[in-house]
Design a protein around this ligand. Sequence first.
Ligand code: PEP
Ligand code: MG
Length: 588
Amino acid sequence: MTRTNVRLNGRGVAEGTAIGRAVVAVREARQVRYRLATGKVDRERQRLRSARAVTRSQLEEISSRVARTVGQAQAAIFAAQLLMLDDPMLTGRVDELIRSERINADWALELAIDELHSVFAREGDAWLRERVGDLADVGGRLASNLRPGRDPLVSLVQELDGPLVVVADEVSPSIAAQLDWSKVRGLVCDVGSPTHHTVILARSLGIPAVVGLGSVTQMILPGQTIAVDGATGEVVIEPDQEALERWTQRAQLADAAMHKLDELRAVPAATADGLRVRLDANLEMAEEVSRVLDAGAEGIGLYRSEFLLDRAASAGGLSEDAQFETYRRLLERMAPRSVTIRTFDAGEERWERRARAQGHRERFGLRGVRAALQHDDRFRVQVRALLRAAPYGRLRILLPFVTSAAEFRQVRDLIAHISKDVPSVGAVPVGAMIEVPAAALTADRLAREADFLSVGTNDLIQYTLAIDRTDERLSGHYEPREPAVLRLLRMVATAGRRSGRDFSVCGEMAADPLLVALMVGLGFRAFSMTPAAIPVVKRSLAAIDSRQAEVIARRAVTADCAEDVHRYLMPLADAMHAVVARDGTLAK
Ligand code: PEP
Ligand code: MG
């Protein structure tokens, strides 16, 4: 009998509550397990038959090719694999498990292979032991033929009926970009961090997420009902009636609180003493632009275009025309508001297949403008598409991972060169992201070259503090309040103000009301954030006095540690809470 109400606690990284059926995905092992709904057993058996047929013809082809080119003896290996494929203990057993256990073919294959492994080990026969490699080979081939060309989690979510909760060790951003999120209500992961791109995407889609649960993929069974609270980090497996009611109540309360913020959507953001602050939105999926408009954003401060690439990778590439259409629609929908499109910022880990083929997968490898300057084909195509779309709205181009004024100039020249072939383009502002300490330290020089500056605190913090932002083991040290980070921010604000250029912050720090107040104190007057944070930040800004924020910020940059900064911020936090208590709205 399954236990009900098993509680787990992790780190809530995307607010909201959700209830759904678990889909369990273990990326390392490429396992995907789920229970079949009645009526889907035959389809699953058919999937197995098809995969078996494809595997057979592949093995026959390899076997005859090896016989021709290498020799009969070597070809015998594949003949043996063919026999293994037809063994009742393998495909026969998989078929039986699908029927008797009502589980998906991939899971059944996993179990059948485990059983065969123990038989081979038990027999203690040297010949059989040698067959273990063949078994892995046939099993792997069969598994990949069950889901040709697609990530298992992506195709699984496609096949299942929602509402689902994705339970995974880790969901890479490229997989996240391809998921059908309309069926997914929640996300629960073994690892993860608030600035991981998958979590950023979940937040902007309003999907509650809890990460850092350790081995949740080992505890949750496919098909179990899961309740997720992305604010408290609570996850309940098989909630009972009472727990379900509690969850419904929480959802209603959160809805009501958000509702109260509705009236703020059309009001410009300002502090209590009347200092005007600009609030833009970040966007990952172009088709989600209505969220940006609904939130009352003044524009799009950061469109992370690399999500387009992730999706296109599974569809065989991204053409200039397809990009042009996406950018054009986005600009038209937002007009007359500005749209800042960041050129592709895909680290090599995002280009897994390519990186693996080339044998280097370092996380901090070729990326941002360096990648643009090296394999400029992708960049050139993107810039052409952007420039073609420019007349349809107010476009700004943002370059990621700039490290110096000279580097920026080089890319800017490249853009100017590309624009010669694009008819009728007016001047499009080109800005620099400040997300490595080198850029922050030379912000005064960069401000002379760039039309605007945008601080990416997610990366700036990781590079300043030497803390991988996606490594949950270090998440306790990932600290925006560190005085070193604040000093860099102040340098950018000073350089921006002196140059008269626009400057803003678009990292996740900009979605935290208290940190926004601190950055107002440091001199920032524009922020871009996940759409849902806009009304919350607006409400909090209205509660604080910018002159008090300035005094606190001046103290903060001379503090010894983040804890001290946190203490200095308390008067601002109190002012925000007082407004929340008065109005009954959420400030955080
Ligand atoms: C950042 O680094 O803060 C940023 C906004 O870019 P991303 O999160 O996409 O790396
Ligand atoms: Mg970044």
